[in-house]
Design a protein around this ligand. Structure first.
Ligand SMILES: *Cc1c(COP(=O)(O)O)cnc(C)c1O
Length: 395
């Protein structure tokens, strides 16, 4: 089938059901092309994308610099495995460390794998340095990905209950409650593991002082602080990394979503104290491949050249005003990570109304609507978004 020939939507949906495991909950929209802030369906209709592939497409869709790098690197070398040295990986690791904090980097393919790596770091660190301490304190409502350890660390029972027995050593506490962390800390505690803003959990930022307090507690008790910046990292919150708002540094940080601008890649940064993995301890066949790393380098370059981090902070304030103007409950968020609540459980119906109005958002639960647009969003885009989000309220 050629690129401009598509099965009728209903027929296509049947095919999807027949051949694809039904793990996803799709919105009723088939997208076939993207450009900048917009996605297009098979009928050529245009949608203003406030989701960016779930906080991934920071430069929008098919950014020319990303496409150019993909083409250039694909002709040079796509994959060679970790058996040999490759250059893009080293350059990317260096760039990430320069942007973040003194550390070294492990490169992998997805947020869950990055978090799995962070969990293994905490386990080994506890074994080596804390008399076998292995417990990891994480938050109810948190999301860390879908591997077995990641769903266990995550704070949503619905994602783990079918997969028991779960790996031991994960203790959950309410988010934004330092006293709760203190209460469960003991000799077996190896790490505290948090998102700086609950993302999938409905865009709930850390309360002022929370991360500072957790950092201080971890220092006092000599336990690692792991921050999952898979969603918040790389400009999303109006700083390169969300922990910078709190003026603290984690011991381990995980990144993924935005890093490849749409191409799968993830990273784990560990400060010298937590840099415990040695040859043979861990690995990834695809991790750090030249294609993914070249694209990530380009994404970081464009973000810097176009000052997209500062831009995200400015546009984030405008998006907040637009969300407030909808007149619903609890308009909130940070940078270009925003949400509001409906009093009634109509978020999923609203999401579909938004498609009809040509704007894409996401219901994280029955009441909550989230937006994580590309960082290239303009003031004009936000005005259009506001009109369409309002129109969807009326229908
Ligand atoms: C999306 C997400 C993950 C999981 O990333 P995958 O690439 O889907 O494995 C982990 N943590 C956070 C905070 C996320 O938003």
């Amino acid at each position: 089938m050629s690129a401009d020939e598509h099965l009728p939507f209903a027929e296509f949906q049947e095919l999807e059901q027949k051949y694809v495991m039904q793990t996803g909950k799709h919105q009723p929209l088939r997208v076939v092309r993207g450009e900048g802030m917009h996605l297009y369906d098979a009928e050529g209709r245009q949608y203003l994308d406030l989701m960016a592939g779930i906080a991934v497409n920071v430069l929008g869709h098919c950014h020319p610099a990303v496409v150019e790098t993909l083409e250039r690197q694909a002709r040079l070398l796509i994959h060679s495995s970790d058996l040999y040295y490759t250059e893009p990986k080293v350059l990317l690791a260096k760039r990430l460390v320069e942007l973040a904090f003194p550390s070294r980097v492990f490169l992998t393919n997805s947020g869950a794998e990055a978090n799995e790596t962070a969990i293994k770091i905490a386990r080994k660190w506890g074994k080596k340095n804390k008399d076998g301490a292995f417990e990891i304190i994480s938050a109810f409502g948190a999301f860390h990905g879908r591997t077995l350890a990641a769903v266990t660390a995550g704070g949503k029972a619905a994602y783990s209950k079918w997969f028991e027995p779960l790996p031991p050593g994960f203790i959950h506490v309410p988010f934004n409650d330092l006293a709760a962390i203190k209460a469960v800390t003991n000799d077996r505690t190896a790490a505290v593991f948090l998102e700086p803003v609950l993302g999938e959990g409905g865009v709930h930022p850390a309360a002022p002082g929370y991360l500072e307090g957790v950092r201080k507690w971890c220092d006092e008790k000599d336990i690692l602080l792991i921050l999952d910046e898979v969603q918040t990292g790389l400009g999303r919150t109006g700083r390169w990394f969300a922990h910078q708002h709190a003026g603290i540094t984690p011991d381990v940080m995980t990144l993924a979503k935005a890093l490849g601008g749409g191409f799968p890649i993830a990273a784990v940064l560990a400060v010298p104290k937590a840099d415990v993995l040695e040859p043979g301890d861990h690995g990834s066949t695809f991790g750090g491949n030249p294609l993914a790393c070249s694209v990530a380098l380009t994404v970081l370059e464009v973000m810097e050249r176009e000052h997209l981090v500062e831009h995200a902070a400015e546009m984030g304030d405008l998006l907040q005003e637009a969300v407030e103007s909808l007149g619903q409950q609890d308009a909130r968020g940070i940078g270009l990570m925003r949400a509001f609540n409906f009093a009634e459980p109509i978020a999923k119906a609203y999401q579909n109304r938004c498609i009809e109005q040509g704007v894409l958002v996401n219901a994280t639960d029955d009441n909550t609507v989230r937006m994580v647009p590309p960082l290239i969003i303009s003031e004009a885009d936000i005005e259009v978004a506001q009109d369409r989000l309002k129109a969807a309220l009326k229908t």
